[in-house]
Design a protein around this ligand. Structure first.
Ligand SMILES: Nc1ncnc2c1ncn2[C@@H]1O[C@H](COP(=O)(O)OP(=O)(O)OP(=O)(O)O)[C@@H](O)[C@H]1O
Ligand SMILES: [Mg+2]
Length: 278
């Protein structure tokens, strides 16, 4: 497999971004009380950028991603994509969920083709696109298998392929590799970077792994816990492919670790699942 990565780091956005998030708040009713899940998020993401949202469990990462996806509108504030306010889900944004959202009764190939059938694409076009995606994600020999007969890594490949089938310019990914072993995870991270580089898609990727965020992102958005706000935005200028053993990689790991740990220490009374280094 040939791997092509941009040699130079990408810069932070200037001017209006593709995704504009302004003053976004999200409150949930918690019995008689209100819980502020997101407390005033301002973020601009430019087209083609790879942004990671990093923070401990419960800090509102999924809430923010769901708001961008249009599944759950914010209580206050505005989100727009390419200048148009987000009013619901749309074909410009594809979501890969935290848990594999595959249809268990459909084969791998059917799962990938499903969205295209709904769209009414011609049968031969569906077959051609499905075959390309099966090849791209090393799934060709599994095309007639059912999800229950696949490993976690394979299932997550199918989940990515079925979102890519619709070719959205923006990919929203909610801890897609969280349940995978370290080796499978690295393989899929590399495949995702290759796809990103080849297709120039915008990726907003949620993780609670510090290493994963440094390995993948152009910029890391570190979130605070209750309310979820932006604690820091850290641009990652390391050349790709990134070497996790390099001194500058580990300097970043320490820097981000410090930010995340400080946040977790503010909530030692709360049983929060911490962010992890690996
Ligand atoms: N539908 C809901 N109703 C009430 N509270 C909710 C709802 N969805 C999320 N929350 C609360 O909002 C906060 C943020 O949740 P969210 O799922 O966005 O966190 P997260 O950062 O994605 O966590 P994790 O890493 O565990 O996935 C949590 O305290 C959660 O309990
Ligand atoms: Mg989540």
């Amino acid at each position: 497999m040939t791997k092509m990565f941009p040699a130079a780091p990408t810069l932070a956005p200037s001017g209006p971004g593709q995704i504009e998030i302004a003053g976004v708040e999200k409150r949930f009713a918690l019995g008689a009380r209100e819980m502020v899940a997101l407390g005033g998020i301002d973020l601009s993401i430019r087209a083609g950028e790879f942004v990671c949202l990093l923070g401990p469990s419960g800090c509102g990462k999924s809430t923010l991603l769901n708001a961008i996806a249009g599944f759950a509108p914010p209580t206050a504030g505005r989100i727009s994509v390419d200048g148009a306010p987000v009013r619901g889900p749309g074909p410009d944004r594809g979501m890969v969920f935290q848990e594999y959202a595959l249809f268990p009764w459909m084969t791998v190939a059917k799962n990938i083709a499903f969205g295209l059938e709904i769209k009414g694409m011609r049968r031969d076009e569906i077959e051609a696109r499905t075959r390309t995606l099966l090849d791209t994600l090393s799934l060709a020999e599994f095309r007639d298998r059912y999800p229950k007969d696949l490993s976690g890594g394979m299932r997550q490949r199918v989940a990515i392929a079925r979102v890519l089938a619709l070719d959205p310019p923006i990919l929203l990914m909610d801890e897609p590799f969280g349940a995978l072993d370290a080796l499978t995870r690295r393989t899929l991270q590399d495949e995702l970077l290759r796809l990103w580089q080849e297709t120039a898609k915008t990726i907003v990727f949620v993780t609670h792994s510090i290493e994963e965020s440094i390995y993948l992102a152009d910029r890391i958005v570190v979130m605070t816990y209750r309310p979820g706000t932006i604690k820091a935005v850290v641009p990652i200028a390391l050349p790709r492919p990134r070497d996790t053993a390099r001194a500058d990689f580990n300097d970043l790991k320490r820097e981000l670790g410090g930010l995340v740990m400080a946040e977790q220490r503010r909530h030692t009374d709360d049983e929060i699942k911490p962010a992890t280094f690996d």
